[in-house]
Design a protein around this ligand. Structure first.
Ligand code: 7PM
Length: 282
């Protein structure tokens, strides 16, 4: 290998690593904004954001609970009340990117109005009106793969070739976005760990994660504390940090551009170890 080729490879490895972004999951308690605990929960959310920023987070992901596996549907109004005041408060107090986890066109519209930087849609803009409202903005979009629907998707997930299926889904959603006037440059892809996938499926997706890079778009990995970690290790949700870090690092080594995590400080530490190693790689 020539010296210049080698240098370019080193640079590109470092750039990929140095540009990895940490998306911190903001826990928003389901009923926290409709009861007497509103003020307390609101302030604890802002405190969490402050902590995550101090620990080096790049994007804060606010979820309205409706996208969680097994979750029941939440009304548009409930989701807006839960998420938008928090978005406004974060944007007025901190200089940080905010992602809104939603599948509803009305919520997406409000999120855009109040300065969200990304829409994280586990339904990949397949719900009514989503493509249209996104097309009228320039916000970034995370398109996630899911087989089935949250309430039932873990009952009996089946694939012919899981990687091919996910890649084909991505191609179709990218195509739909482009035909709706949403530039490809705005998209991030996410294979959706745990969304209509067995533990074995999830590990195959992680082992072959680099395949998703072939579409030329940034890729997000959301593995933190999931049952693919808990079931394999037989660990409760609060004992999954080591497993989550190991999995996140494997995703980053295969080109993940964003890791979606609960534990920001520990994930930033793990990334910094990778960066220290990367400068000596050829
Ligand atoms: C219970 C089980 C609660 C699972 C919450 C979850 C992803 C996501 C979620 C992901 C993107 C969680 C999940 N997972 N959005 N939202 N990618 N883009 O662990 O993997 O937070 S919900």
């Amino acid at each position: 290998m020539s010296k210049t080729t080698q240098t370019n490879l080193i640079t590109s490895t470092q750039n990929q690593l140095n540009n990895v972004q940490v998306m911190g999951i903001l826990n928003v308690t389901p009923d926290s904004f409709s009861d007497g605990g509103q003020f307390t929960h609101f302030n604890s959310a802002l405190k969490q954001v402050d902590n995550m920023i101090n620990n080096g987070v790049d994007i804060i992901d606010i979820g309205g609970e409706s996208t969680r596996p097994g979750a029941v549907d939440v009304s548009v109004q409930d989701e807006i009340v839960r998420v938008i005041p928090l978005l406004k408060a974060i944007k007025s107090r901190f200089d940080i990117n905010v992602s809104i986890d939603t599948s509803k066109a009305e919520v997406i519209g409000e999120a855009i109005t109040y300065g969200a930087d990304m829409i994280n849609d586990v339904r990949a803009l397949q719900n009514k009106g989503c493509l249209e409202v996104v097309a009228q903005s320039d916000i970034a979009i995370c398109l996630m793969h899911m087989q089935g629907m949250p309430r039932t998707m873990q009952e009996n997930p089946e694939y012919n070739d899981i990687i091919d299926d996910i890649l084909e889904f991505f191609r179709q959603r990218i195509d739909c976005c482009e035909r709706s006037g949403i530039n490809k440059e705005r998209l991030v892809l996410d294979p959706g760990f745990g969304f209509g996938k067995t533990v074995a499926h999830n590990y195959e997706v992680l082992a072959k994660f680099a395949q998703f890079k072939t579409l030329g778009l940034p890729v997000l990995a959301g593995i933190s504390r999931k049952s693919m970690i808990g079931n394999l290790l037989n660990r409760d949700v609060n004992e999954r940090l080591a497993g989550s870090l190991a999995a996140a690092i494997v995703a980053v080594q295969q080109g993940a551009n964003i890791i979606r995590v609960h534990d920001v400080q520990e994930s930033v530490d793990a990334l910094n170890i990778l960066k220290a190693i990367a400068q000596y790689k050829i």
